[in-house]
Every structure is written in C-alpha cells, then in structure tokens.
Design a binder for this molecule. Structure first.
Ligand code: C5P
Length: 397
C-alpha cells in the first residue's frame, strides 16, 4: 500500500449493504479516519444484521444514515448527503444493490443517494461465486463500469458460505488507495502554491485608534478555502483572525501586508490580492493616545501607502498576479485601465454600487479581465462558487 496522507476536508460517504463483509467496514472507517477524512455511513437496513449502528457511529464519529424516517424532523437526506460527499464508496456492494443502482431504482436511502450523486463512485462487490458469475449481475456491473463507476473486482479465496472462488471483497487497502487516488485526481491545483490576501488593512493612528474600511474578507477567504480544496498549498494573508487547516498570516497595515506578500511570493505560483488595502496611512503614528483638545477641529495628515499589487507586478518572476478592482461607476473601462497601470495578469472587477453583491454580501458577480483585455463574466452567485470559478478560469487558461 502506498497511501499518502490525504488532505482533510473531504467527506467519504460509505454505503454498506447487507453482506457478511460488512463487518470489515469498521476497519475501513478507521483507515479513512486516519487519513483525516470525514466519514458518513449510509447503511441499508440489511447491513445492520452484520454490523451494529453503534459501532459504525462510534468509529465514524457521525450519525449513521439509514431508512429511519423521523417524520417530525424529515429532511430530504438523500439530497443533502449527495451534496456533502466528495466520493461515494459502496462496500460491500451486494448483487441486489448493484442491480438496483444499474436500473435507477431508489427504494432505500443508499440507492436514492447513489441516484442523486454526481461525483465519483467506487463499488466494491462481495458475494457468493455463483451470484458473481450470474450473467445479469455481470451485465449490470458492465453497465455501471461503462457509466463511470469505479468497480473494484472481488478476489478469489475462501468465502463465508464455505466455498472457494471469486467473490471475496477486495482488500481494504485497495479501497483506501482508490479513494485517495480519485480524491487527489480531483485536485487540479495539487502542485500549486497560492498566496491570497483578504480583509481591509488597519492603519493605526495611535495605540487605540485606527482607520480601516468595511471589507469583510469573505471573497479572499472563499478563494483561499477553494484553492485549498482544489489541492493547492495556500497561505492566506488576512487582517482577520481565522482558524483554517492551511497557513494564515495575520497582518494589520498595508506596510505589514507588503512585507508578508513579498516574502511569500518568492516560492509561489500565484498571488491574489483581494484585500482592500488602504491607500493612505497617518503620516505620524502617535505613540501615546491622542488627547481631546479644546479645538473643534483636528487635522491628521495622511501619506500614501505602498501599492502592493503594483509593486509585486513590477518583478513577477513567473508568478501569476491577480488584482481586484471595486468600482462604483464605469466598471469595465476602469478595470481595463487598472490592469495596465497595475501591471498584473488578471483583474477581477466588481460593481460596489450594487447593494446585492460585493463587500459584506455573501454573493458576488464579477468580470475577469486578462492582459489582452479578454473579459469573462461570472454571473451572480455565492462568493464560494465565484471563488471556484475564478480559480478554474485563471488556472485553466
Ligand atoms: O487602486 P485600487 O485600490 O483600486 O486597486 C485595487 C487592487 O489593488 C486590489 O487588488 C488591492 O488588493 C490592490 N491594492 C494594493 N495596494 C494598495 C491598494 C490596492 O495592492 N495600496
């Protein structure tokens, strides 16, 4: 077995059907958990004849899903589970479940989830040799294989029914390795290192006061989360304290952010500047708290902050540089001018005059502009979805 530690944040839906090999799933769950996968078991009612719900729930550290409809709290679990899982692994897959799936039958939670699942599926059959050789079962397996299901053939050996032959569940290592292989294959940014900035910079006036802006950091954080889930090594340079499974570097001012970005840019493939960097900072930071005076007016003098995006675009060193452009008028014209003045490779433009998108909203609608001024419109959607589309676009070109 050559399984390497996979990235967390992946949910494996483990479908268990009613065959004697179901007892082995306790061990498979432990192996998945060692890889830091989140495991959610979906058991057919017959599976509980071979392994207890309590064992599965304890080992997976999750509720076990089956056909117990609690009317008071009914929710369409087959849809939410199908959305939640990154992969569905059915092991052991009985002849009965294989045939139902091949015919699109949805008569229990597992077959319903399978029908609604549009991500990778592994099927690990286990059954008596005669059942395995049955031509209808073989035809159904062929149907699944030709529709993209990953079938892990059973092995030959001593079977629980007392006979020798093909039908024994393949090794658990094989199931684990295939799971990791498929999940990693779905990580298009696996070899990339991406630095992303988020949040509004904080420019101190004195030990207790600062100027900043209303940036929520949501877009930058969504970009970092998605880049991580797509397999990239991520550093989020943020003005907010957040806990993430990837590196988060907290900064306050534009000057701190410039130092952090320049340091991390060296070994990276891409820098995405989604932070709202203050254009100015107080010329003189007051070491002591500024006192209220008798004057009705005070004057604070501001000096220009470094333009991080422009500075790092002067020496790209092969690093893809992406900037953001928040405009309240003439969005596309201003964005096209900005990509030239900043010198970056892409500008993501959004219209901040609209209340329904941008800043603290959970949604966004953007245009991605490249150096040839080719423009790609991403329709209004959740920031999370927009983030994924931005990454797919700039790394897919
Ligand atoms: O010039 P403007 O603020 O419109 O440019 C926005 C883009 O430039 C964003 O990507 C922002 O992160 C970046 N920026 C910067 N340094 C500044 C101001 C903005 O890197 N001082």
């Amino acid at each position: 077995m050559n399984t390497k530690t996979a990235k967390l944040n992946k949910t494996v839906l483990l479908g268990i059907t009613g065959g004697i090999a179901a007892y082995k799933m306790s061990e498979l769950i432990r192996m998945y958990k060692k890889q830091r996968f989140n495991v959610k078991v979906i058991a057919t009612p017959n599976a509980f004849n071979f392994v207890t719900e309590l064992t599965l729930a304890t080992l997976s550290d999750n509720k076990v899903y089956s056909d117990n409809f609690d009317i008071k709290e009914y929710s369409p679990e087959h849809i939410s589970l199908a959305d939640e899982g990154d992969i569905l692994v059915i092991a052991p897959a009985s002849a009965n479940t294989i045939s139902k799936i091949a015919d699109g039958i949805c008569d229990n939670l597992l077959t319903s989830v399978t029908c609604a699942f549009n991500k990778p599926i592994i099927i690990a059959p286990a059954m008596n040799t005669n059942m395995w050789e049955n031509k209808f079962i073989q035809a159904n397996l062929k149907k699944l294989k030709s529709n993209g299901f990953n079938v892990l053939e059973p092995e030959s050996g001593f079977l629980a029914c007392g006979t020798e032959g093909k039908g024994r569940l393949c090794s658990l290592e094989k199931i684990l390795d295939k799971t990791v292989e498929i999940l990693e294959h779905n990580q298009p940014l696996k070899d990339k290192k991406i630095v992303i900035t988020a949040g509004g910079t904080i420019e101190k006036l004195d030990p207790v006061r600062y100027i900043s802006n209303f940036s929520s950091g949501k877009m930058g954080t969504a970009l970092a989360d998605n880049a991580y889930m797509m397999g990239a090594e991520v550093e989020l340079i943020s003005t907010f304290d957040i806990e993430r499974p990837y590196k988060v570097t907290k900064v306050l001012s534009a000057e701190d952010m410039l130092t952090a970005v320049e340091g991390s840019k060296k070994n990276s493939d891409c820098v995405i500047m989604s932070a709202a960097v203050a254009d100015y900072r107080a010329e003189n930071y007051a070491e002591q708290k500024m006192k209220k005076t008798n004057d009705d007016k005070i004057t604070i003098s501001f000096v220009k902050n470094p333009d991080i995006l422009k500075t790092i675009s002067e020496n790209k060193d092969g690093v893809k540089i992406v900037g953001f452009c928040a405009e309240s008028e003439n969005l596309l014209d201003n964005a096209k001018t900005k990509i030239k003045t900043k010198g970056c490779d892409y500008i993501i433009a959004n219209d901040i005059s609209r209340k329904d998108i941008g800043f603290s909203s959970d949604e966004n609608e953007v245009y991605i502009i490249d150096r040839d001024l080719k423009t790609k419109h991403l329709k209004k959607a959740a920031k999370d979805k927009i983030a994924k589309q931005i990454l797919e676009y700039i790394f897919g070109e």
